[in-house]
Ligand binder design. Structure first.
Ligand SMILES: NC(=O)C1=CN([C@@H]2O[C@H](COP(=O)(O)OP(=O)(O)OC[C@H]3O[C@@H](n4cnc5c(N)ncnc54)[C@H](O)[C@@H]3O)[C@@H](O)[C@H]2O)C=CC1
Ligand SMILES: O=C(O)[C@H]1O[C@H](OP(=O)(O)OP(=O)(O)OC[C@H]2O[C@@H](n3ccc(=O)[nH]c3=O)[C@H](O)[C@@H]2O)[C@H](O)[C@@H](O)[C@@H]1O
Length: 466
C-alpha cells in the first residue's frame, strides 16, 4: 500500500517536528498537521520563522523548505482526517489530575476524542498510528471506539512511539537509533499496515534500524525506555548526595563507572533533577499500571525514581537557604535558565519551577534569565502551583532578558538549565555587581569551580559538596 496523504492530530513538540522531517524526506506524501489550538496553528504558519511555537535547532530551516510544498498546518481537522490514508495521533497524554488514578494514570481523554472524531468523519479505510506515549493496551480501547462508532470503514491500529529528545529533536528524527512499529502481523491487513509505515520510514532510515513488534510490546517499550533513562538520572543523583557527604566527586564517579561498557557513559550527569513533560508522567503511568495488576513491589520500585527526583530538587533549594545563613527573605537570587534543558523553550516540569517555589516560600526575590522562554510562560508555571496569588508571584519574581542585569545586586546565582554559553559569560563583571559574599549554586555541574573561586565566588556544585 502506497501512502499518499498523512494527517497528524496534534501540532506539539512531537507532531510538529516529526511531520516536518517526514515531509522533507517524503516529498511524494502530502502531510497535514492539525490542532484544536488555533494560535498554535497560526504560529506554525507564521511567515516569521522566529515565531514558530517550538524552538528546536534546525527546525526552522526544514519548515521553510517544506511548508506549503507538502507540509500544511491547519485547524480543519475533519477534512485532514477524511483525505488521509494514514493518521498519526500525537496529542498530549498528561497525568490525570482528577478522579480515579489522579496524579498517576495518563489522562486519555484527548486520545479518545481523536478516536471518536476519526470514526465520525472517515469515509474510507485508514491506518491509525499511535504516536503519543500511551499506557500498554490503549490500542484495544482505540480499536473498540473506532469499530463501534465508525461508518463501517476498517481501521488498522499501529503503535509507533517517538523517542526524540527535545533540543536535539531534528537530529534524533533524521538519525534515529531505532524506529519501533507495533502492529498485528497475524492478519493480512495488519501486515499491510505495518509495511505501509515501514515504507514511509525507509525513505531515510536504514531497514536494520526499523524494528517491528506486537502492539503491546511497542506501547510498553516506550514507557520502559523513559523509565530506564529517568532511573539513570535518579541513580546518579542519589550518588551525588553521598558524594557531598564523603568528599567523593560525582563527576569523577560518573566517569569511572561510565567507562564500563556494560554501564555506558551517557545519561550520567548529576543535576538538580530531571524535568520535561514525559519522564515523571510516564513513570507514574507505569506505577499506576503495575498497581492496577496488583504488582505492588514493581510499582514501588519505579515510584522511587520520582521520589528521588523530588528530593533532589528540594535538597537544592534547602541548600541555597542554609548556605545563605538560613535566611533568604528579601534577598535577590538569580536563576540562569528556566527551561528543563538547553536548546528548548519547553518548561514543563522544569526543576526551576519547584526550586523557585521553595525559595519564594522563604520570601526570596527571584530574578530569572532565560532567552527562549516567554514571560507569560514563567508566570503561568508558577501560578499553576497555586502557592501564591498571581499578583504576589509578579511582585516577587522578575524576568530579565539581559543576564548581566538579571544578576545585578543578587546574593546568589542558581544554574537551572545546562546552557553551555554560561561558561563564556564575563563572570568577573557579574561578580563585581553582586552582593558579597556572592554565591553560585550550580545545579548542572557546568561551571568551573576553580575559575569562579579565583574571582571570589563561593561555589557549590551539585554532587561535590563544595
Ligand atoms: N515532548 C516530547 O519530547 C515527547 C513527547 N512524547 C509524547 O508525545 C505526545 C505529545 O507530546 P507533545 O507533542 O510534547 O505534546 P504537546 O502538548 O506539545 O502537543 C499536543 C497537541 O495536541 C493538541 N490536541 C489535543 N487534543 C486534540 C484534539 N482532540 N484534536 C486536535 N488537537 C489536539 C493540543 O492542542 C497540543 O497542541 C505525548 O503523549 C508525549 O508523551 C513522546 C516523545 C517525546
Ligand atoms: O518521551 C519523551 O518525552 C522523551 O523523553 C526524554 O527526552 P527529553 O525529556 O526531551 O530530554 P532528556 O534529554 O531526556 O532530558 C530529560 C531531563 O533529564 C535531565 N538529565 C538528562 C541526562 C543526565 O545525565 N542528567 C540529567 O539531569 C535533563 O537535564 C532534563 O531535565 C527522552 O530522552 C526521549 O528519548 C523521549 O522521547
Amino acid at each position: 500500500m502506497n501512502i499518499k496523504r498523512i494527517c497528524c492530530i496534534g501540532a506539539g513538540y512531537v507532531g510538529g517536528p516529526t511531520m516536518t522531517v517526514i515531509a522533507q524526506k517524503c516529498p511524494h506524501i502530502k502531510l497535514t498537521v492539525v490542532d484544536i489550538n488555533e494560535s498554535r496553528i497560526a504560529a506554525w504558519n507564521s511567515k516569521d520563522l522566529n515565531k514558530l511555537p517550538i524552538f528546536e535547532p534546525g527546525l526552522d530551516k526544514i519548515v521553510e523548505e517544506v511548508r506549503g510544498r507538502n507540509l500544511f498546518f491547519s485547524t480543519d481537522i475533519d477534512e485532514a482526517i477524511n483525505e488521509a490514508d494514514m493518521i498519526f495521533i500525537s496529542v498530549n497524554t498528561p497525568t490525570k489530575n482528577y478522579g480515579k488514578g489522579k496524579g498517576m494514570a495518563s489522562d486519555l481523554k484527548y486520545i479518545e476524542l481523536c478516536a471518536r472524531q476519526i470514526a465520525k468523519v472517515s469515509r474510507q479505510n485508514k491506518i491509525v498510528v499511535e504516536k503519543s506515549t500511551l499506557p500498554v493496551r490503549t490500542a484495544s480501547a482505540i480499536k473498540s471506539i473506532l469499530d463501534n462508532t465508525g461508518n463501517g470503514v476498517h481501521f488498522q491500529i499501529l503503535s509507533n512511539p517517538e523517542f526524540l529528545a527535545e533540543g536535539t529533536a531534528i537530529q534524533d528524527l533524521l538519525k534515529p537509533d531505532r524506529v519501533l512499529i507495533g502492529g498485528d502481523a497475524s492478519t493480512k491487513e495488519g501486515e499491510v499496515a505495518i509495511q505501509a509505515l515501514i515504507d514511509v520510514y525507509l525513505n531515510w532510515v536504514p531497514k536494520e534500524q526499523i524494528l517491528t513488534t506486537n502492539v503491546w510490546s511497542s506501547e510498553l517499550s516506550k514507557l520502559t525506555a523513559n523509565a530506564f533513562l529517568a532511573q539513570r538520572v535518579s541513580s546518579i543523583n542519589a550518588m551525588s548526595e553521598i558524594c557531598e557527604k564523603t568528599g567523593a566527586d560525582i563527576r569523577e564517579v560518573s566517569k569511572a563507572i561510565g567507562m564500563d561498557s556494560r554501564i555506558g557513559s551517557k545519561f550520567l550527569n548529576a543535576s538538580v533533577g530531571f524535568g520535561g513533560s514525559c519522564f515523571q508522567k510516564d513513570i507514574l503511568n507505569l506505577v499506576y499500571i503495575a498497581k492496577s495488576y496488583g504488582l505492588n513491589e514493581v510499582a514501588d520500585y519505579w515510584e522511587q525514581v520520582v521520589i528521588m527526583n523530588e528530593h533532589q530538587k528540594k535538597r537544592f533549594s534547602d541548600n541555597i537557604v542554609s548556605t545563605l545563613y538560613n535566611t533568604v527573605s528579601g534577598k535577590k537570587i538569580t536563576f540562569l535558565g528556566w527551561a528543563f534543558k538547553k536548546n528548548t523553550n519547553d518548561t514543563r516540569e522544569s526543576a526551576a519551577i519547584r526550586v523557585a517555589d521553595d525559595l519564594l516560600n522563604e520570601r526570596a526575590e527571584i530574578s530569572v534569565y532565560d532567552p527562549k522562554v516567554t514571560e507569560e510562560r514563567i508566570y503561568e508555571d508558577l501560578n499553576y502551583l497555586g502557592t501564591r496569588s498571581s499578583i504576589e508571584n509578579k511582585r516577587l519574581l522578575t524576568i530579565n532578558k539581559d543576564p548581566y542585569r538579571a544578576c545585578k545586586n543578587s546574593h546568589a546565582i542558581a544554574i537551572l538549565t545546562e546552557w553551555d554559553e554560561f561558561k563564556n559569560y564575563d563572570w568577573k563583571n557579574i561578580y563585581k555587581n553582586m552582593e558579597k559574599p556572592a554565591f553560585v549554586f550550580d545545579g548542572r555541574g557546568l561551571l568551573n569551580k576553580e575559575e569562579l573561586e579565583i574571582i571570589g565566588f563561593i561555589y557549590y556544585n551539585i554532587g561535590t559538596g563544595n
